[in-house]
Design a protein around this ligand. Structure first.
Ligand code: ADP
Length: 150
């Protein structure tokens, strides 16, 4: 049976930290799906379609990773794409506190095994929030992203 993993997140924007986690997961699983979660109530900063294209472009050398967007419950999307595993990244204890709870919920409601990958130290400080803040102040954010924003 194919081992399919879903890497869910907001990816607003998708950063070098996210890419590193996805690339490392692609060695562990037959297929990795990056799931960009959207939600009617939460407005995105970066356009969804544009971000899907940027992520797709970053995956050119990784044939077993693809990107899709989804709405609603992560566990339901995982089921739809046939994923039995969830990938998440851990930067620090704050991430851990959150991931710990959500992993237990996903185990219970979706029978999903969460695999937590520790950040590579060179990306540990990168977060989508920080990249958005830098971008809002019209600073160049190329150093944090695996693609160029137009
Ligand atoms: P969410 O809104 O679901 O937390 P994010 O897009 O912020 O989604 O992050 C998705 C996942 O990537 C989370 O597990 C987060 O901890 C992880 N992540 C974010 N930035 C990094 C990084 N620099 N290094 C490793 N993991 C990261």
């Amino acid at each position: 049976m194919k081992r399919i993993a879903l890497f869910p997140g907001s990816f607003d924007p998708f950063t070098n930290g996210h890419a590193d986690i996805a690339f490392r997961a692609s060695v562990l699983f037959d297929e990795v799906i990056i799931g960009v979660g959207t939600n009617d109530k939460k407005q995105r900063f970066f356009d969804l379609q544009m971000m899907l294209e940027c992520i797709d472009k970053s995956l050119e050398s990784y044939p077993n990773i693809r990107v899709e967007s989804f709405q609603g419950l992560t566990a339901e999307f995982a089921k739809r794409v046939g994923a039995s595993y969830l990938i998440r990244g851990l930067r620090n204890t704050t991430d851990f506190e959150y991931e710990n709870t959500i992993a237990q919920v996903n185990q219970k409601i979706g029978d999903l095994e969460t695999v937590l990958l520790i950040t590579s130290p060179e990306y540990a400080y990168i977060s989508s929030t920080i990249v958005r803040d830098i971008y809002k102040y019209k600073q160049n954010v190329d150093a944090y992203l695996p693609y160029k924003l137009r």
